[in-house]
Design a protein around this ligand. Structure first.
Ligand code: ADP
Ligand code: MG
Length: 637
């Protein structure tokens, strides 16, 4: 028996839930749904972002609506147009087996008369942004005088955005006897005030600690000089080939400028801010959902409430003016139980703010160094190797093989591998060879004397490469714990743990090297042999996986490769379409890949299995939506 059945949901909802692929209710759903179904009550529910609040109110709402009555019975207020559309979509999915329920979205930037017409046709549920709702009420286009339910979703964000007056005014247009359900991630005073003013004896539900950030998000900061901010961003992206991120800037201008620079440098990026037209914003969000954009550069306001699954990183390119805003930013990742990382690129003068944020989120930051060129090359190389391994062969290629074999027949397997990988790799090594180290030393928070340039030195520490990573369900904390236990070392003996998808790096002091090599190389993890190697010839590194010497030589030969676009597979793609579309992404350069249909060229970048299944991600319901007739698709397509 499915746990949702025990909550009292009816057949048609259970069927819809089955389609959605939800297996078990989340905590807030488990707590809220039975209460809301059982009686008409006001409710205040606090739960972090990504915990499934939409369904927590959506399921009971659908069940309680009288489908035979065409009058408007429920109003859901939500902060942004984005969210408004999302919720509408969700509610439509929930009610797909419930005949006769109409859900209409009401938001700014679209035709008000068209929305009024839809309502007139009979909308039992209206999902609205406060501004447009107020507008409709003023013009007499909507009647909410007889509603039974009012939901204030993401109440803290609505109030943050300055909708207090609108909300008060809208609520005063609704009957006193209705039930009000307030959902919020945090409980600032303004939210408490609304609850007090407009709700009577609300049932309170709290999931997790009040006002604390999501524990599925780990927080990191990187100390750099102000002039190196952008270079740091690029390296972080290069060091995370599968990055799917929201990059926050403080102003619209910076947002636009950084996005343009990234696009110029060949990354699949786009800007999202208030100066774009609604159509442009829609276009950007669609590309982001479709993963054609890996780096969405956004202002705080524009990115409020964005719910896109599987965002791997939130990057604070600049810290927000109000440090409370940090919580909203980092909440864009680590959703629905996934792990996410929130990164802050910080200069010395801003370091104080890190401690203030730690107090607010009640979590510690880990200080990390911008990866060196060598590290990035290693990561990219392995990423490429994995991509080659995982690539499925289309047998169309058989027709061309005789000719190809002709050209390559004199090469041994070893040579062939080296050359294949070098096609992309040379460019990277050529670029990074020339580039200086940009990690900054001496922040007061630095615990380790990490002041040497890290390019070729690691201060005497030994850096290791190990063949386990997030694919094996590790994040940096759990890997550190695992290594500590397996190696019987102390907490601080293992540091700079950096977890990638199929592999990870970590450091120890040299006296532990023998132990690390002996013990770890004889350990099995779920039947698989762990392989650890010394990653670089810094600080006592003796060995070197991937034959770096040879690689460097070939890099030198090709030293005339400019870092991006020219040469290699990449430059050929004609799709420069991005430039003319709204802040659209375009590719080329290292990044290439995943916009446009052309997956042909395998850049370092294109590899991410994200869209292709077979990734490390647990199969989630978004991946279950193979059937394009399902309405849910529209969220991603
Ligand atoms: P919140 O409003 O709390 O930030 P959402 O309602 O937007 O969270 O849900 C976050 C994500 O989790 C969405 O992709 C949603 O479809 C998914 N989700 C919600 N409930 C469940 C569940 N019971 N099982 C699996 N996924 C769920
Ligand atoms: Mg929500």
């Amino acid at each position: 028996m499915n746990k949702f059945e025990q909550l009292g949901l009816n057949e048609s909802l259970l069927k819809a839930i089955l389609d959605l692929g939800f297996e078990n209710p989340s905590e807030v759903q488990e707590k809220a749904i039975p209460l809301l179904l059982e009686k008409d009550t006001d409710m205040v529910a606090l739960a972090q972002t990504g915990t499934g609040k939409t369904a927590a109110f959506g399921f009971p709402l659908i069940q309680k609506i009288d489908a035979d009555n065409r009058n408007t019975q429920a109003l859901v207020l939500s902060p942004t147009r984005e969210l408004c559309l999302q919720i509408t979509n969700e509610l439509k999915n929930y009610s797909k087996y419930e005949k006769g329920i109409n859900v209409v979205a009401v938001y700014g930037g679209a035709s008000i008369t068209e929305q009024a017409r839809e309502i007139k046709r009979g909308a039992q549920i209206i999902v609205a942004t406060p501004g447009r709702m107020q507008d409709m009420i003023n013009r007499g286009l909507v009647n909410i005088k007889n509603i039974d339910y009012c939901v204030l979703d993401e109440a803290d964000e609505m109030l943050n955005m300055g909708f207090y007056e609108d909300i008060v005014s809208i609520l005063s247009d609704t009957p006193d006897e209705k039930s009000t359900w307030l959902f919020s991630a945090t409980m600032p005073q303004e939210v408490a005030r609304i609850a007090k003013q407009f709700m009577s004896e609300p049932v309170e539900i709290t999931v997790g600690a009040k006002n604390s950030g999501s524990s599925t998000v780990s927080h990191e900061f990187y100390l750099v000089n102000a002039r190196d901010r952008y270079e740091a961003l690029k390296r972080l992206a290069d060091a995370n080939p599968d990055i799917f991120s929201v990059v926050f800037c403080r102003t619209k201008r910076d947002t636009q400028a950084i996005a343009e620079k990234l696009i110029e440098d060949g990354y699949s990026a786009a800007a999202l801010h208030g100066d774009l037209s609604q159509a442009q914003r829609d276009g950007v969000m669609k590309s982001f959902r479709g993963r054609q954009i890996q780096m969405l550069v956004a202002t705080d306001v524009a990115a409020r409430g964005i719910d896109v699954d599987n965002v791997t990183h939130v990057v604070n390119y600049q810290l927000p003016d109000e440090i409370e805003t940090y919580n909203h930013r980092s909440g864009r990742t680590g959703r629905a139980g996934k792990l996410g990382t929130s990164i802050v690129i910080v200069t010395k003068s801003e370091l104080r703010k890190i401690s203030s944020i730690e107090r607010i989120i009640k979590q510690k930051f880990e200080e990390k160094s911008i990866p060196s060129g060598i590290e990035i090359c290693e990561i990219q190389l392995l990423h490429l190797a994995n991509k080659i391994k995982d690539t499925e062969v289309d047998h169309e290629i058989d027709n061309y093989l005789p000719a190809i074999n002709n050209v390559l027949e004199d090469l041994s397997k070893e040579e062939l591998i080296k050359k294949m990988v070098s096609v992309e790799f040379n460019r990277f090594i050529a670029y990074y060879k020339k580039n200086r180290d940009i990690s900054v030393s001496g922040g007061e928070r630095r615990e380790r004397g990490d002041s040497e340039p890290r390019e070729f030195s690691n201060n005497g520490a030994v850096r290791y490469f190990v063949n386990i990573g997030s694919r094996d369900n590790f994040d940096w904390m759990s890997l550190k714990d695992y290594l500590k236990e397996t190696l019987d070392l102390g907490r601080d003996d293992i540091f700079k743990v950096d977890v990638k998808e199929g592999f990870s790096f970590f450091n120890t002091d040299p006296q532990h090297t023998d132990k690390v090599m002996d013990v770890l190389n004889n350990v099995q993890l779920e039947g698989r042999r762990i392989n650890v190697e010394i990653s670089k010839n810094d600080g006592g590194g003796r060995r070197d996986h991937n034959n770096r010497g040879g690689r460097r030589d070939s890099g030198r030969r090709d030293g005339n490769f400019a870092p991006r676009r020219e040469g290699g597979f990449r430059s050929d793609r004609g799709s420069r379409d991005g430039g003319s579309r709204e802040g659209g992404s375009r590719d080329g350069g290292f990044r290439g890949d995943r916009n446009s249909s052309s997956r042909r060229e395998g850049g370092f970048r294109s590899s991410a299995p994200r869209n292709e299944g077979g990734s490390d991600r647990a199969p989630r319901r978004s991946e279950n939506f193979g059937d394009s007739s399902r309405p849910r698709r529209s969220r991603r397509d």
